[in-house]
Ligand binder design. Structure first.
Ligand code: AHR
Length: 529
């Protein structure tokens, strides 16, 4: 990583903190907030590149060890994440997908051209049964994205019947013929994806009518109740949310939001592993801006739905860099550095804070695509590696279903230039974003202990934070740390453990205060009992 061109960054000094002093913080265990929806730890699996084929699925006849076709090493690693929900089959792919092509004997399934992602030919060997069975094996809720863009109402209604009816209905009979007697439990159902773009290029008004029409025919079957999710806004498109809230209202239980840490949609997005200090801080500033974006969508939703009955489902988020050199164009295969781990931790901290409205989030994507948990070797060697982002998700598992606790923490705040590349500077990229160097999130877990995650994104400054805890008597503290020498360090097939969690013993308990030394470039997750 190159040294920073500091001119693009100005440092605004702390509200009270100085380099020499310990930073003081308070965890308010006496002011518990909402339960952190475990669905915030959701995943996204699209037919894109090698997410499904070669990632989750290799087929029963593969030489790569598998469980009924599911890649064994990937499955076991995912199981450890306690995944609450998995979205499938897209993404943009969803509005090109015709589910009936993916059922029945595998050798009779027609192949398809993946029009959105590189024109790759797929054999449809991974379809409805393969996805829903995987969810059962992982113990997670399936989240199906239905095809509004190029599908019909009948096709979508029949899909719901196929998956969820236990009656003597045509689609349930077809499912039984295909080897599955009992209906699956399917809770989350998305009615379209990115309807403003790859999902049909619709206006919000037109899409709202489409939603209402499709939704009418998605009948709850055999006691299964669908949680209906509308295709929501991208980033800063507040008008989309407003129109859907007005026109769809409580016919939907959720509205999605897509927000990527990405430098823009044209041209290079920058390398996942080769970046300078400015670009490092830029990514964190852009990632943190999701808080403002959530607040603004939430404010619109609050007007129409003050009791949070409709969830804001951040069903696509994460970093989006250039594809790795030498990989197939359109497959979005990117590496994942310690920088990505910070994006994960900071984003999760924000989702915790807004959990009363943010009822789900699905990082894009689970294997081999964008900010993935896992990378498998594209050369077919059978190797797999866990990314720094995986480790954050694993370290953060105690937050699932825990009760959010507010924290007062004063941190130095960097003002980070919005410009990623000089040539991209323009109206949209003008100005600065704030990037606090320290962030933290705390919660009371389901076993009654506290979990405290602390992130120090500074490239060079260690910090010690003294956490007073109101309303809780700490007796022991233990934890793990995720860090590395450089923020562009990553794991690959020859060096799988460059960025991996280690035991951490630099948190001390004194007079009820938990004093935590957080080295530069690190994430510390503590269990306080
Ligand atoms: O996650 C990759 C793509 O990003 C999805 O298919 C689409 O919904 C979004 O634009």
């Amino acid at each position: 990583m190159k040294k920073a061109i500091i001119a693009t960054i100005t440092l605004a000094l702390a509200l009270g903190a100085s380099a020499a002093d310990n930073v003081k913080a308070t965890v308010h265990a006496d002011q518990p907030g909402a339960k952190i929806n475990r669905e915030i730890y959701g995943q996204f699996s699209e037919h894109l590149g090698s997410c499904i084929y070669g990632g989750l699925w290799v087929g029963e006849d593969s030489e790569i060890p598998n469980i009924n076709g599911y890649r064994k090493d990937v499955f076991e690693a995912l199981k450890a994440l306690k995944i609450p929900v998995m979205r499938w089959p897209g993404g943009c792919f969803a509005d090109d997908y015709h589910w009936m092509d993916g059922i029945g004997p595998k050798d009779q399934r027609p192949s398809l051209r993946n029009n959105n992602w590189g024109g790759t030919i797929e054999d449809n060997s991974f379809g409805t049964h393969e996805f829903l069975n995987l969810c059962e094996m992982l113990g997670c809720e399936p989240y199906i994205s239905g095809n509004v863009g190029s599908g019909t109402v009948k096709e979508m209604a029949q899909w719901v019947e196929y998956m969820t009816s236990n009656g003597d209905t045509p689609m349930a009979r077809l499912r039984r013929q295909n080897g599955r007697d009992k209906a699956w439990h399917v809770k989350y159902f998305g009615i379209g994806n990115e309807a403003w773009g790859c999902g049909g290029n619709m206006t919000p008004e037109y899409y709202s009518d489409e939603f209402r029409k499709f939704n009418t025919y998605l009948r709850d079957q055999s006691g299964n109740r669908l949680f209906r999710i509308a295709s929501g806004a991208s980033d800063y498109d507040y008008n989309w949310t407003r129109v859907l809230m007005d026109r769809i209202g409580h016919r939907m239980q959720g509205i999605s939001l897509h927000y990527y840490t990405c430098s823009g949609w044209g041209g290079s997005k920058g390398s996942a592993t080769k970046f300078n200090d400015d670009q490092y801080y830029w990514a964190l500033g852009k990632c943190l801006e999701i808080e403002e974006v959530i607040k603004k969508h939430k404010a619109i939703m609050d007007e129409k739905d003050p009791y949070n009955r409709i969830g804001l489902m951040v069903d696509e988020w994460g970093t989006w860099w250039d594809e790795e050199p030498g990989t197939i164009p359109g497959h979005l295969y990117q590496q994942n550095a310690l920088r990505d781990a910070f994006v994960a931790a900071l984003s999760l901290n924000i989702f915790h804070k807004y959990t009363a409205r943010v009822k789900m989030a699905n990082i894009a994507q689970v294997v081999n695509v964008l900010q993935s948990m896992i990378l498998t070797d594209q050369k077919g060697t059978g190797h797999m590696v866990l990314t720094p982002t995986y480790h954050v998700f694993e370290m953060y598992t105690p937050f699932q279903e825990a009760t959010f606790l507010p924290i007062d923490l004063e941190s130095e705040i960097m003002q980070v230039s919005k410009a990623y590349f000089k040539e991209k500077e323009g109206a949209r990229d003008a100005g600065y974003r704030p990037c606090p160097l320290l962030s933290a999130s705390a919660a009371k877990t389901t076993d009654g202990s506290l979990v405290l995650a602390v992130t120090n994104v500074s490239l060079d400054k260690d910090q010690t934070i003294d956490f007073s805890i109101e309303g809780y008597q700490p007796k022991t503290v233990s934890g793990r740390i995720l860090t590395s020498k450089r923020v562009d360090d990553f794991n690959d097939f020859s060096h799988p453990d460059v960025v991996a969690p280690k035991d951490y013993s630099d948190a001390k308990l004194k007079n009820g205060v938990v004093s935590v030394k957080v080295p530069a470039k690190s994430i510390v997750v503590l269990s306080i009992k």
